[in-house]
Write a protein that binds this ligand. Structure first.
Ligand code: DP6
Length: 323
């Protein structure tokens, strides 16, 4: 029996991935940039075992079959082919953050799976190779392989499309205040959403301008320039949601409380409090701020109507093997 256990953090994108060049390989339409989320993590154990009848998967103690298992098996198959072995695997995955709490688990899940499965199969992949492997399971998972602040270079083909760290977690004490306004499961998942992006007449413009936003964001992170970061992060999130709501069919992820948080954050920043928002494919809001401001920002967020809970999260490290 060959087994390994790996841990990975989810990440929050400052410049978003939305829409694919190639949906099978998950080659993105544009490059993206994110921060790993410390304290939140997926722990995944993979055991390749000749005694097993087939691949099987449990997530937080619950057996998963159907499409969820098929997606995991696809990544396992890539690993088996590369390692030249045919053994079925048992995959056991646990998140230390609640599912349906509005924090996407596919990024940390596929980053941990790529590392654990490749190691269990005896492969010793470079960080870029691991990032590419994780990407084939979930695009944003490629950004949970390296640590800290991470850029995913889009690339035109598989070999060129991977993520790398642009700054270590200690580089900048930014905080992500994760504002939960709803625990409801999202209606349209990211994979389906990506496939709709090109039905929006705005997607081409969003993608064409992405290299410019990426440059501004990379520079803002490298120079710890919060004012510049705030402007480009909100613009990028707004552009992605403009594409979502103008797709066919349209995707409206916001709830009234989502917009209330966005407006409050903009008003606070206009008054001099450093904070900005970004929103993924769901109703919850990620409010970024420098560590010095987190006491004030989090307490103001908790007083807003419709806010159920606020988690404060620091920049996190790379995916790693356990033990
Ligand atoms: C809105 O990586 O979740 O969070 O490859 O289908 O799993 P799949 O998509 P996924 O898409 C992420 C979408 C996003 C923006 C981002 O994280 O860049």
């Amino acid at each position: 029996m060959h087994h390994a256990t790996a841990l990975a953090h989810p990440n929050i994108a400052f410049i978003k991935y939305w829409g694919d060049l190639d949906p099978c390989l998950r080659l993105p339409a544009n490059g993206s940039l994110s921060m790993n989320l410390d304290g939140l993590e997926t722990r995944t154990q993979v055991s390749f075992d000749a005694a097993l009848p087939a691949d099987s998967l449990s997530v937080n103690g619950q057996e998963v079959s159907g499409a969820g298992l098929a997606r995991v098996s696809e990544l396992l198959e890539r690993v088996r082919q590369r390692a030249g072995m045919r053994l079925p695997a048992r995959v056991e995955s646990e998140n230390n953050f609640p599912m349906g709490a509005g924090i996407a688990s596919s990024a940390s899940a596929f980053a941990a799976l790529a590392l654990a499965a490749s190691h269990a199969a005896g492969l010793r992949l470079s960080e870029a190779e691991l990032s590419r492997l994780a990407r084939t399971g979930s695009g944003s998972a490629c950004r949970s392989v390296p640590g800290g602040f991470v850029e995913w270079q889009a690339g035109q083909q598989d070999e060129e499309s991977y993520a790398f760290s642009i700054a270590a977690p200690e580089h900048w004490r930014l905080v992500d205040c994760i504002v939960l306004v709803s625990q409801a499961h999202k209606l349209v998942g990211s994979t389906e959403g990506h496939a709709l992006a090109l039905t929006s007449p705005l997607q081409a413009g969003r993608v064409a301008d992405a290299p410019r936003r990426l440059d501004i964001c990379r520079r803002a992170v490298c120079e710890r320039d919060f004012a510049a970061l705030a402007e480009v992060v909100e613009l990028d999130s707004n552009l992605m949601h403009a594409v979502m709501i103008t797709s066919t069919p349209p995707l409206f992820y916001w709830q009234p409380a989502t917009l209330a948080v966005m407006r409050a954050v903009q008003a606070w920043r206009a008054q001099g409090l450093p904070a900005c928002y970004t929103i993924d494919a769901g109703p919850n809001v990620h409010v970024l701020c420098p560590e010095e401001a987190v006491g004030e920002v989090a307490s103001r967020l908790r007083r807003l109507k419709g806010v159920k809970q606020v988690l404060t999260v620091a920049p996190g490290g790379a995916a790693r093997l356990a033990g």
